[in-house]
Design a protein around this ligand. Structure first.
Ligand SMILES: [Cu+2]
Length: 125
């Protein structure tokens, strides 16, 4: 089994060759970065490994907790604007995010049209 698995890797790599130029977008940097605590931001940015397709790339932002409030229900944050330039997705918030914890779910589409998703959390102090 182990031997078969090792042999399968180069075969898959060969199969993957035509798609190599159209790689899936990977998140390479974010501001605020994952698992960090920041002062109240009015802008978020996500930088990917590939040029993005604007209308198919975006985020959902949910407040998951607030200081001093137990059992905070997930609260979607609405009203932001997203803007895509090349590999960077920028999010402008209408007002600074209040103190709390947030979960950001992103979806991104690059040249091969496949929707790739991911998520991370950050804290506003
Ligand atoms: Cu793909």
């Amino acid at each position: 089994m182990r031997r078969l698995a090792l042999l399968a890797v180069p075969a898959l790599a060969l199969l993957g060759l035509p798609g190599a130029a159209l790689a899936h977008p990977k998140l390479v940097a974010a501001n605020p970065a994952a698992d960090t605590a920041v002062a109240k931001p009015t802008r978020l940015s996500l930088t990917f490994s590939e040029d993005l397709v604007a209308p198919l790339t975006g985020i959902d932002l949910v407040m998951t907790g607030m200081p001093g409030m137990a059992n905070h229900a997930p609260m979607p944050i609405k009203g932001f604007k997203t803007d895509v330039k090349g590999k960077v997705l920028s999010v402008s918030l209408p007002r600074p995010l209040p103190a709390g914890t947030y979960n950001l779910k992103w979806h991104a589409v690059a040249g091969d049209q496949h929707r790739i998703e991911g998520q991370y959390a950050f804290t506003v102090r």
